[in-house]
Design a protein around this ligand. Structure first.
Ligand SMILES: [Zn+2]
Ligand SMILES: [Zn+2]
Length: 241
């Protein structure tokens, strides 16, 4: 058994709200430097910088997980993580088609940059990636599973883009077995809500720039093997932590 430090919520320069200097390789390098064994890249509604992130993670000797922070039709943020890069890319293409055809306005929202694993900028996405997709929150868990991944709602304790704030309740029928809390969430938050009984929790840094990557890890998963299949299996477990 290995005790593996993880953070599964971060953004790169493809997210308009992230810094342009947060290229996938810079984020991967900082996660490694801070002592993480596992890190996921979860840009808004896109996995297209994940290949670069995974390569950079490999270079720095940590395990990269391809992911996305899906924005549902209800403006609820949902973290979707995948075992295979190819499945993440197929999911990304599917979500892209279900995004409204609204162009990004870089001066208002920020640039959406594609980067290679060496940090060079390879292009810019013109469609606005932070729009609400046409995918409903009741659809998200099944959809991610269909693409070989797993999904859970992000930062449920926050006011903006959170399941509890936007919908007002947790419903087991949505198919999520776990939920993410923000780093600032008080420890007793879950116990204050009856509808969260039996839900597993983890925390995500939601780092949009390097200084938001925690200086040292505070969460660990026990794995037999440090690989993506084991991480996804650990996330899918139904029993509480
Ligand atoms: Zn979010
Ligand atoms: Zn985020």
């Amino acid at each position: 058994m290995k005790r593996c430090a993880f953070d599964l919520h971060s953004h790169s320069c493809l997210s308009p709200c992230a810094e342009n200097s947060s290229t996938p390789d810079v984020m991967a390098g900082l996660f490694a430097l801070s002592g993480f064994d596992i890190a996921a890249l979860t840009d808004h509604n896109s996995c297209r910088n994940c290949e670069a992130f995974l390569k950079a993670c490999e270079h720095y000797g940590i395990l990269g997980i391809p992911g996305m922070e899906l924005n549902t039709a209800e403006e609820v943020h949902v973290i979707c993580l995948f075992e295979e890069l190819s499945s993440a890319m197929a999911f990304s293409e599917y979500v892209y088609k279900r995004l409204p055809d609204i162009r990004n306005r870089p001066r208002i929202f920020g640039e959406q940059l594609y980067a290679a694993w060496d940090g060079s900028i390879t292009g810019e996405e013109e469609k606005l990636l932070i729009s609400a997709s046409g995918i409903g929150v009741y659809e998200a868990a099944d959809l991610a599973a269909k693409f070989g991944g797993t999904a859970y709602p992000a930062h449920i304790d926050r006011e903006a883009n959170s399941l509890l704030n936007n919908l007002g309740f947790w419903d087991g029928g949505m198919g999520f077995g776990m939920a993410e809390l923000s780093m600032a969430c008080p420890a007793d938050f879950p116990s204050r809500r009856e509808d969260l009984a039996g839900v597993r929790f983890l925390r995500g840094s939601d780092a949009h720039r390097v200084e938001q990557i925690p200086e040292r890890p505070s969460q660990f998963m026990e794995l037999d093997k440090l690989d993506r299949a084991s991480v996804i299996a650990w996330l899918r477990r139904r029993n509480t932590l």
